[in-house]
Design a binder for this molecule. Structure first.
Ligand SMILES: Cc1ncc(C[n+]2csc(CCOP(=O)(O)OP(=O)(O)O)c2C)c(N)n1
Ligand SMILES: [Mg+2]
Length: 323
């Protein structure tokens, strides 16, 4: 796939930005000012960026607990992301949601959820809404391999196929559900792809290769926009950090150092940087400029968060469902 240099630069920039934001969160997490669990997506940046690069602002996504990358790649505001982690009123969920409950409907991000698999029926329902309203946009659902253990995925795929919905199921297979490896939870490599191809377009891609992800999702988006129905794309990747918290907080003993080192060498950001440098699509000074721009944005976002007020105590009953 031949892409213009500007598009390639953007893909790289977005991945670098997500990585740097994750590292900044990790480095400040032990200060205990972010009173929220965080699930870092270090190592998985190519999935978020490759998927969202194919989408328009008015396309929908639904996300999961490991959702910082999805939020930023879809155009979510960095300042309001960091303010949300700091529990401030200026956060994207007004400081009530924390890291696992991000949303920015202005850019088509319709929420992440701490309920594993919770975003799957939401995204499928949004696909139904698009179809009923005769719109041309698409609904993309990000979920992990742990969510693929849940029955709701199979109900939702069935419904999406039955109604030919413009839904794209993105399985972010990082091989683990907390500390349980996929081989202990799934009966075979391709159980996710049980549906006949004429009903559901399915594809497995290297989720650490942003161009592979982008290419597959582009085709799925075209299919969805032209009434072809749903697709299922499995992106094979790896969670380099622990399940939750910062590096020091990983549970010991469920994976080997060798396995982690193997995947670190397949870093999606470093490998794409290398590729673009080698093919002279970017040079070192442009890379340095990107790094500086990102550093400024991150500093600005943390400063914004820290100087923002906490929600006022009297607003506690607001934003709750009331029958
Ligand atoms: C319905 C439900 N079951 C169990 C949990 C506990 N839990 C939180 S994260 C997680 C693992 C999810 O794994 P996966 O979907 O692969 O996402 P990953 O953490 O690997 O990104 C589990 C089991 C939960 N939050 N919700
Ligand atoms: Mg997983």
């Amino acid at each position: 796939m031949k892409l213009p240099p500007k598009v390639l630069h953007n893909l790289l920039f977005e991945m670098m930005r997500i990585r740097r934001v994750q590292l900044a969160i990790e480095s400040r997490y032990s200060e205990n000012e972010m009173q929220t669990p965080v699930h870092l997506c270090i190592g998985q940046e190519a999935v978020a960026v490759g998927v969202c690069a194919s989408l328009k602002k008015n396309d929908y996504i639904s996300s999961n607990h490991r959702g910082h990358g999805h939020y930023l790649a879809k155009g979510g505001n960095l300042r309001t992301l960091i303010a949300e982690l700091y529990g401030r009123e200026s956060g994207c969920s007004k400081g009530r949601g924390g890291s696992m409950h991000l949303a920015d409907t202005a850019v088509g991000h319709y929420g992440s959820s701490s309920i594993v698999g919770g975003g799957i029926p939401v995204g499928t329902g949004m696909g139904l809404a698009i179809k009923m309203q005769k719109k041309k946009n698409v609904s993309v659902i990000f979920f992990g391999d742990g969510a693929a253990d849940e029955g709701v995925l199979y109900e939702s795929i069935n419904f999406a196929v039955l109604k030919k919905l413009p839904v794209i199921f993105i399985l972010e297979n990082n091989q683990y559900s907390v500390c349980s490896h996929i081989s202990r939870r799934q009966a075979g490599d391709n159980v996710f792809h049980a549906m006949p191809a004429k009903h559901l377009m399915t594809k497995t891609v290297n989720g650490n290769d942003v161009l592979q992800v982008y290419d597959a999702v582009n085709k799925a988006v075209f299919r969805a926009r032209t009434g072809g129905g749903p697709s299922f794309i499995e992106c094979q990747t790896y969670r380099v950090r622990g399940h939750a918290g910062c590096e020091a907080q990983d549970i010991a003993g469920y994976r080997t150092d060798g396995e982690i080192e193997y995947w670190k060498k397949l870093c999606p950001v470093a490998s794409f940087q290398k590729k673009l440098l080698k093919s002279k699509i970017i040079d070192q000074s442009e890379l340095n400029k990107m790094e500086s721009k990102i550093a400024i944005q991150i500093k600005d976002a943390f400063d914004f968060a820290i100087r923002s007020p906490f929600p006022a105590p009297e607003t506690l009953p607001l934003y709750l469902f009331d029958e």
